[in-house]
Ligand binder design. Sequence first.
Ligand code: DAH
Length: 353
Amino acid sequence: MEATGYPQLDALLPRLAAIPTLDAQALHVERIAVLGRKQGALTFALRALPTFAAEERKRFGAEANRVKESFEAAFAAREYELAAQTAGAVRPAIDLSMPARGRWIGAIHPVTRVVDEIVGIFRELGFAVAVGPEAETEWLNFGALNFPPDHPALDMHDTLYLTEAGQSDEGRVLLRTHTSPVQIRVMQAGPPPYRVVIPGMVYRNDPWDASHAPAFAQIEGLAVDEGIGLVDLKATLTHFARRFFEPATKVRFRPSYFPFTEPSGELDVECQICHGSGCPACKQTGWMELLGCGMVHPKVLQNCGVDAERYTGWAFGLGPGRTAQQRYGVPDIRLLYGGDMRFLRRIAGQDPA
Ligand code: DAH
């Protein structure tokens, strides 16, 4: 602090400046020597008070108070400093033996993980990735894919309609019920050949139960070129199934129906839980459905302006949620799409990667 202009007080200032150098013992002694009520140096200086005239007395009193406060602050600061040093000498300021607080740093969602893996397998085979909007027109979601109006196949594709009828040639806008409309978008965007996989979310008026979700992921595949036949479909999808599961995994193709493929089929893989002997997960059949597939219907190619005499192709559609269930042995699809962090944490912890 700067000088007060009173020699009685200023004489104390060098002692104030020296406080930060004192050790604990000296600090204790000095505090009494300066602030002690009877013998303290400040008390002594205050004896000069009655010798001042009334006005001057006030000023001297105020200055004396400032000096006192400065001493008190300096004593307290030095005391704190010494105490901190002592504590530090006994044990480190950080307790290294304290268990760390558990930290959740996040993980890739199991369905996303399966999508990435499937896309990766097809990338090795020369497929590119395409995506499309979740709000589609009736034409792209149904018409261009050769769904006849009022066909029973539409029953499984009830969804939310976002616009009224009659607003455009392409019909109403709806939440897409499958990723297949992106096949149309890919083919309309340029000439063949096409080799694409198409991941995305789709929406249906389905119940929220152990095997259904009203919003779920799909991956679509499309390969169109000259001279592509059913053997390419079977060979590619069998290779995919064995890369994704195990090299010796048994697969089988069953006939099925989709308006946009002809012939159509479904690919089953040996149940990954019981390996074919039958269990509740595969309803005792030993098989699990993996995907729908087929040769692209010539009508669909024509709807996209692709010459169906020259080009042929195959397509597939797969639900990576179902696939994740098989991969991780998840009995209820709501666990995958329900966002329960306890389940997601556990499954992330189970994962070797
Ligand atoms: N879009 C069909 C569905 O969601 C799945 C599907 C089946 C897609 C066969 C295809 C296919 O491309 O060839 O039910």
